[in-house]
Design a protein around this ligand. Sequence first.
Ligand code: NAD
Length: 374
Amino acid sequence: MNKAGSRHFVDVDLGDRSYQIIIGEEIISEAEKLIAPLRLGKKKIIVTDQNVARNHLISLRKALENGGHDPVDVILKPGEQTKSFSGLRELLESILKLGVDRDTCLIALGGGVVGDVAGFAASTILRGIHLIQIPTSLLAMVDSSVGGKTAINTPQGKNLVGTFYQPRLVISDTASLRTLPNRELLSGYAEIVKYGLLGDALFFEWLEENGDKVIDCNPVAIAHAVATSCRSKALIVTKDEREGGVRALLNLGHTFGHALETETGFSETLLHGEAVSIGITMAFDLSVRMGLCPGIEARRATSHLKKIGLPVALKSIEGIDWSSDRLISHMARDKKVRNGNINFVLTKGIGKAFVCEDVHMADVKAIIDKNLNS
Ligand code: NAD
């Protein structure tokens, strides 16, 4: 990773599908300058959602227009329901009506929903047109815009239909986070903590010191946190682009978290990062119970999540009648189950996560029940 001022550059090294992530303040207004060296086609289609359009579309349009482009846009409804068969179909039709050729460049400006559905569209139109990700939520900056997974949800489950399709460039403008609702910001922060906990104890230590500044969107702190997270994800993706092995580590907290989201219907009741935060807490507790991780390390992880304002206990989520048996049955149906085995990402301490295939469900149940009573 190079660094110029508070601007960071992270390379995702995937041979002829390599790309760069550029992180900095107010860089949407420089989009044209950043995109131009890639020599993509002149036609640019911006896909965004109504919330993001209200706040950031004009500056992106202006940047492209100043470079002599005449961008067109497709504005989607915000929210998870846009990541559906009908949402994808509408998007594909809108894009095709605008007219596309192999050199058309699709720019996904928004959170993970826009990134996932626009990425999917880009990967299928004419069997693949250029894609640029301009993530505007913290979660999208540190997770969904990096690594090339695209998806929509189906009635059978979340993210069950999708593709691997790498963008040509990712532009993360940390100033765009100032319009993101605070709860969404905190939710994205859980993924940042995850990178420290799974493999970078020094970064976790830095977050313990500087987490408040990250949440306040201090430009230097947030750029460092986003860049370090992206570098961690990029390293893992470089080793295992299609999740055959080490990429599974990115699921720390997600096996539990996904079950919680299934139970709450992937609704506003529990945001993804909030579920991950409780999931990380449970993964550490399970590791302690199995004699893998010192209790003091688990307490450190949990107390940081709590201090920053993320939930760590099920009962802090109001209006849900949690049941450990039901959560376990959700886990058994998770798409990450392989040959009937539920693989958990467990840990030997902060920065020492590993995939464990040998977990007794009685221990999982005990941990959920303990959390319910905590
Ligand atoms: P999101 O895209 O729904 O964004 C959250 C909310 O914030 C939305 O209402 C959006 O309109 C709004 N928003 C986004 N940026 C804003 C800004 N700068 N100012 C004001 N409002 C803004 O949700 P998300 O948390 O960004 O992403 C969640 C999605 O990402 C899920 O569908 C999840 O499955 C997916 N995801 C994908 C990957 C991957 O690898 N592809 C990884 C993790 C998550």
